[in-house]
Design a protein around this ligand. Sequence first.
Ligand code: ADP
Ligand code: MG
Length: 738
Amino acid sequence: MTLDAQIETVFRLSPSQRKALYKLRVTTVEDLLYHFPTRYGDAVLVKTIATLQKGDSAAVYGTIGKLKTSKAFFKKIPMAEGVLDDGTGKIKIIWFNQPYLAKMIADGALVRAEGKVSERRKSGALYFSNPKIERVNSVPEHSDQSLFGNGVDSHHLYPVYPESRGVTSNWLYHAVQKILKTGVLETRTDPIPQDILAKYHLPSLKTALIWIHAPQKESDAVAARKRFAFEEVFLIQLEKQKERRLWQKEKSFTIEKGEEHIAHFTKRFPFSFTNAQNRAISGILEDFRKGLPMARLLEGDVGSGKTAVAATTAYAVVTSRPKGQSYGTLQVAYMCPTEILAKQQFENFISFFSHLPINIGLITSSGCRKFASKMNPHEATDMSRAQLLKWVTDGEISILVGTHSLIQKSVKFKHLAYVIIDEQHRFGVAQRKALVRGQARTNAPQGGERVSHPREFACCPHLLSMTATPIPRTLSLTIYGDLDLTLLDELPPGRKPIITEIVPPEARSAIYEKIRKELHAGRQTYVITPRIDEPDPAKEFAMQAKSAKAEAARLKKDVFPEYRVGVMHGKLKDGEKEDVMEDFKDGKINILVSTSVVEVGVNVENATVIVIEGAERFGLAQLHQLRGRVLRSTRQAYCFVFTESGGKDVLERLRALQEAKNGFELAEYDLKFRGAGELSGAVQWGVSDIAMEALKNLKMVEAARFEAGRLLEEDETLAGYPFLLTYFSLRGKKIHFE
Ligand code: ADP
Ligand code: MG
């Protein structure tokens, strides 16, 4: 057996167990070992069999016999049974669904069984159902005393694992213990180098695995968790920093445009830029001059004006000529997560750039457009994909806006110098890379320059990734370790803060009346339905869609019969989504009920109210982002945060929404107060819950970052650490697979 062995090759699994493990994201032996307990139960009483009573939770030491496997007659469930004898009495043991347990233990072995005592309905006989069982060498001393009074067993702490229907914590415990005993760990190199373990007093991989799954004492468990948290952050850092170093070895386009040049462009806007916008622009222009490819993340709340920063810096690019060429411009690619957004940004860019003699293209899966049209220099025109792509390849299109369609191999630029990714969190890492690296390969060699690179391409484009997702600093240091960070931490002046109200169940109808007043005054409302967590994305979409439709029907029937209610969800086709959005924009829909998975990122200035249902299911930063949808207007906006839970903790947490100055504050708050397992890091950020815990600890994150940098300083290619390279390539495959 190896660590990457599929779990079903090691354990015989029923379909329901297989499904449950899949849900728990356990597919290999290694996944199982890294499926950590979330907590440890209390120590359990050791009893003698004679003193056991129905309903007891207890541990018993004794010899086991009469082991056999069979199938429960009523349901064809595979089961195993045996009889435990401790000299004071005998008790039957039954395991459902875990027949292999009977094979792991030999008749006559001395064991410790721990679990719940049940009673046979007919005979009244007691039995242990699904106890944890393990071989022991001797009966601990204090359990002898339990013949007189009950002793508490200190064998080890009782791990409690995240379960899923079909797989119990107990099953997981036994499965992990079985794996640990096989010696498979001996084959595995510790991913953390020895000297680093020693420096930070971290337990070795093997010790830590034993400690985390069955610690003798609480402090062992804590040390083990710390180690795994460090390991994860360290490995992410190592991978990102390695990437960054590689990136910085590439050549890029040197763009020498200064502030005065830019001023010709910025002065055309009907507003003056915020200090934060100006700072961001200067930073990017500085990067452009260096000749190395920029890799920068622009993080700013919804409405902080990221588009203006993107457009201004794009201006510097499209007013630059390719090297050694007296015609044409360098090119810009602008990628959006949805067709709606791509179209909106295409229109925006036309309005920003129509005074320049450049062409702008739009490419989505449903069609292509080009500005300016030959017939009318003030309008865009539809054109065939082939025609548009030819223009892109010839360098005639200076700015190409699009969706994922931009990544396709058939899209080839002549001089792609600048890639902008909007709402970057909606894209996978692979997609980002495909756009930057893939397109770099298609770039024509720069004028006169011989391509002496061993690689196929001459120049890498600069990259600007934009996101409105506020995340804590320690998290961005980790997952964006390959990017430089610019914060847009200032909103344009004159925006009225959104009035946010936390609405407990009893205040619901009063709030509906308030909303009715807004609707009556001609305003529009978003209603966001609760988040539903479901590992299977197809199922999640279906469930979300159902709940949005139900809520829309309810609002129409019971609350706002006089208004038009529309629904938006992920099961709609792109064209349908667009129709709904158009209708909302045109005021044909008064209330738009939408799932949280569909980002309604478009500007509808007349929408001044947002209702968020099931708010307790969201992180604060996420709620903040959702409420940003009504920040588009100069009118007073309202956010009503509905919660079904009247709990004090929930209300208190939500109250932070009313006080926080920006999303980053809320992100830090989320991190600080989240319970383990909430705000699931694995899904959203690709980091585990244990690493999320670690991100509360800036010192640890900095140490991991420092060590990763030091390692790469000494061994840039990590040639001396082959197991790390294997690890990264395996992880790459896995991420790709998802
Ligand atoms: P986001 O950062 O969410 O992408 P946008 O770029 O869409 O924000 O900008 C939101 C709105 O704010 C737009 O209507 C834009 O014209 C406006 N805006 C951007 N910068 C400023 C500014 N400095 N002053 C006033 N309004 C601005
Ligand atoms: Mg935006």
